[in-house]
Ligand binder design. Sequence first.
Ligand code: ZN
Ligand code: ZN
Ligand code: ZN
Length: 145
Amino acid sequence: MKTETKLRIENLLRSVNLRRTGSRMAILDVLLHTHKPLSQDEIAAKLAPAIPNKVTIYRTLESFCKAGFVHKAFMQKRAWHFELADKCTENQCHPHFTCKKCGVISCLVGLSVSIVKGLKKGFVIHRQRVQLEGLCPRCVGKKGR
Ligand SMILES: [Zn+2]
Ligand SMILES: [Zn+2]
Ligand SMILES: [Zn+2]
């Protein structure tokens, strides 16, 4: 792990009062260097060969989500996909676009959707998650077989 990355991770953990552990450091390292949301299994695969057990990975991700710097971006094939929350605003995640043809999911960073209006009294929005689907630029020109 690069010193710069290590410092960034240590600062992040300190800012949310989470103790520095090997698995927290390693999982954050993966999330910092991947620019798309990853499922728990995908994270585990990237941690190889020193993979913490499933429960540890699960608990670590949950503690990151609770602390607020990691978000559950979307669910795909019954698995939540996790990403750092640094490209999200306080009550909204950046939208994600699923290509119906190739299945690739893109993070639409920098794009903003207005928060839903007309919600009945008594509901409080914590976060709005927008998922779009259609064809990605790579598939849009291709003829279907
Ligand atoms: Zn988010
Ligand atoms: Zn596509
Ligand atoms: Zn994303």
